[in-house]
Design a protein around this ligand. Structure first.
Ligand code: FES
Length: 153
Protein backbone atom coordinates (compact mmCIF):
# COMPACT_ATOMS: atom_id res chain seq x y z
CA UNK A 1 0.00 0.00 0.00
CA UNK A 2 1.19 3.48 -0.76
CA UNK A 3 0.01 6.45 1.25
CA UNK A 4 0.37 9.82 -0.41
CA UNK A 5 0.22 12.51 2.26
CA UNK A 6 -0.24 16.11 1.21
CA UNK A 7 -0.49 19.47 2.93
CA UNK A 8 0.17 23.13 2.23
CA UNK A 9 3.33 22.97 4.36
CA UNK A 10 5.24 20.68 6.73
CA UNK A 11 3.49 21.98 9.85
CA UNK A 12 0.12 20.87 8.52
CA UNK A 13 1.05 17.26 7.77
CA UNK A 14 -0.73 14.70 9.91
CA UNK A 15 -0.24 10.99 10.67
CA UNK A 16 3.10 10.70 8.85
CA UNK A 17 4.78 8.85 11.74
CA UNK A 18 1.81 6.54 12.18
CA UNK A 19 1.71 5.59 8.49
CA UNK A 20 5.48 5.15 8.32
CA UNK A 21 5.32 2.76 11.29
CA UNK A 22 2.97 0.41 9.42
CA UNK A 23 4.66 -2.61 7.86
CA UNK A 24 4.57 -2.78 4.08
CA UNK A 25 3.42 0.81 3.67
CA UNK A 26 5.29 3.27 1.48
CA UNK A 27 4.67 6.89 2.40
CA UNK A 28 5.05 9.65 -0.16
CA UNK A 29 4.95 13.15 1.29
CA UNK A 30 4.01 16.19 -0.77
CA UNK A 31 3.74 19.82 0.27
CA UNK A 32 2.65 22.82 -1.74
CA UNK A 33 5.70 24.81 -0.64
CA UNK A 34 8.25 21.99 -0.62
CA UNK A 35 8.90 22.35 3.13
CA UNK A 36 8.55 18.56 3.48
CA UNK A 37 8.86 15.81 0.93
CA UNK A 38 8.21 16.61 -2.64
CA UNK A 39 6.97 20.02 -3.77
CA UNK A 40 3.87 18.81 -5.54
CA UNK A 41 0.17 18.19 -5.25
CA UNK A 42 -0.81 14.64 -4.29
CA UNK A 43 -2.15 14.10 -7.78
CA UNK A 44 1.38 14.19 -9.23
CA UNK A 45 2.66 10.95 -7.62
CA UNK A 46 -0.83 9.45 -7.99
CA UNK A 47 -0.74 10.05 -11.74
CA UNK A 48 2.78 8.64 -12.00
CA UNK A 49 1.71 5.49 -10.18
CA UNK A 50 -1.34 5.14 -12.43
CA UNK A 51 0.86 5.58 -15.49
CA UNK A 52 3.16 2.86 -14.15
CA UNK A 53 0.15 0.58 -13.77
CA UNK A 54 0.78 -0.04 -10.08
CA UNK A 55 -2.59 1.12 -8.73
CA UNK A 56 -5.43 -1.38 -8.30
CA UNK A 57 -7.62 0.80 -6.12
CA UNK A 58 -7.41 4.32 -4.76
CA UNK A 59 -8.98 6.01 -1.78
CA UNK A 60 -8.92 9.77 -1.34
CA UNK A 61 -9.71 11.49 1.95
CA UNK A 62 -9.36 15.21 2.53
CA UNK A 63 -10.61 18.46 1.06
CA UNK A 64 -13.26 18.11 -1.63
CA UNK A 65 -11.09 19.84 -4.21
CA UNK A 66 -8.30 17.31 -3.61
CA UNK A 67 -10.68 14.37 -3.82
CA UNK A 68 -12.18 15.80 -7.02
CA UNK A 69 -8.80 15.94 -8.73
CA UNK A 70 -7.66 12.55 -7.39
CA UNK A 71 -10.83 11.01 -8.84
CA UNK A 72 -10.28 12.85 -12.13
CA UNK A 73 -6.72 11.52 -12.23
CA UNK A 74 -7.65 7.88 -11.62
CA UNK A 75 -10.66 8.04 -13.94
CA UNK A 76 -8.34 8.38 -16.92
CA UNK A 77 -6.82 5.04 -15.94
CA UNK A 78 -10.08 3.32 -14.95
CA UNK A 79 -8.78 2.84 -11.41
CA UNK A 80 -11.68 2.34 -8.97
CA UNK A 81 -11.60 5.21 -6.50
CA UNK A 82 -13.41 5.71 -3.23
CA UNK A 83 -13.75 9.19 -1.80
CA UNK A 84 -14.79 9.96 1.76
CA UNK A 85 -17.06 12.99 1.53
CA UNK A 86 -17.40 15.71 4.11
CA UNK A 87 -20.65 17.53 3.33
CA UNK A 88 -22.16 19.83 5.96
CA UNK A 89 -24.03 17.62 8.41
CA UNK A 90 -26.63 18.70 10.95
CA UNK A 91 -28.36 15.73 12.55
CA UNK A 92 -26.27 12.91 11.12
CA UNK A 93 -29.27 10.59 11.08
CA UNK A 94 -30.66 10.95 7.55
CA UNK A 95 -33.53 13.23 8.59
CA UNK A 96 -32.46 16.82 7.86
CA UNK A 97 -31.07 16.48 4.35
CA UNK A 98 -28.24 18.94 4.95
CA UNK A 99 -25.64 16.44 3.77
CA UNK A 100 -27.20 15.82 0.34
CA UNK A 101 -24.76 14.84 -2.36
CA UNK A 102 -25.38 13.73 -5.92
CA UNK A 103 -23.78 10.43 -6.87
CA UNK A 104 -24.40 8.93 -10.28
CA UNK A 105 -27.27 11.41 -10.72
CA UNK A 106 -29.00 10.22 -7.54
CA UNK A 107 -29.41 12.10 -4.29
CA UNK A 108 -27.57 10.45 -1.43
CA UNK A 109 -27.10 11.49 2.18
CA UNK A 110 -23.48 11.63 3.26
CA UNK A 111 -24.31 10.66 6.83
CA UNK A 112 -26.26 7.47 6.25
CA UNK A 113 -25.44 6.46 2.66
CA UNK A 114 -21.75 7.34 2.94
CA UNK A 115 -19.52 9.00 3.66
CA UNK A 116 -17.64 6.79 1.20
CA UNK A 117 -18.74 6.89 -2.45
CA UNK A 118 -17.49 6.11 -5.93
CA UNK A 119 -15.31 9.13 -6.66
CA UNK A 120 -15.96 8.89 -10.38
CA UNK A 121 -19.70 9.34 -9.83
CA UNK A 122 -19.74 12.25 -7.34
CA UNK A 123 -20.89 15.72 -8.38
CA UNK A 124 -18.03 17.59 -6.75
CA UNK A 125 -19.11 21.02 -8.01
CA UNK A 126 -22.40 20.67 -6.17
CA UNK A 127 -20.66 19.34 -3.05
CA UNK A 128 -18.22 22.26 -2.93
CA UNK A 129 -20.98 24.78 -3.58
CA UNK A 130 -23.03 23.36 -0.72
CA UNK A 131 -19.97 23.36 1.59
CA UNK A 132 -19.64 27.13 1.07
CA UNK A 133 -23.29 27.91 1.82
CA UNK A 134 -22.57 29.28 5.33
CA UNK A 135 -19.16 30.81 4.54
CA UNK A 136 -20.33 34.40 5.19
CA UNK A 137 -21.90 33.42 8.52
CA UNK A 138 -18.76 31.52 9.49
CA UNK A 139 -16.62 34.62 8.80
CA UNK A 140 -18.94 36.78 10.93
CA UNK A 141 -18.92 34.25 13.77
CA UNK A 142 -15.14 33.98 13.59
CA UNK A 143 -14.75 37.76 13.71
CA UNK A 144 -17.13 37.93 16.68
CA UNK A 145 -15.26 35.17 18.48
CA UNK A 146 -11.87 36.75 17.92
CA UNK A 147 -13.02 39.91 19.75
CA UNK A 148 -13.45 37.85 22.88
CA UNK A 149 -16.23 37.63 25.39
CA UNK A 150 -17.89 40.89 26.44
CA UNK A 151 -20.13 39.38 29.09
CA UNK A 152 -18.28 40.90 32.07
CA UNK A 153 -17.36 44.31 30.69
S1 FES B 1 -26.78 15.20 8.31
FE1 FES B 1 -28.92 15.36 8.21
S2 FES B 1 -29.50 13.92 6.72
FE2 FES B 1 -27.35 13.71 6.88
Amino acid sequence: MTVILGARNASLLILQDEFEALPGVEVVVCTDDGSAGRKALVTAPLKEMCEAGTVDHAMAIGPAIMMKFCAATTKDFAVPTIVSLNPIMVDGTGMCGACRVTVNGETKFGCVDGPDFDGHAVDFEELMSRQRIYADDERLADADYSQGCACHQ
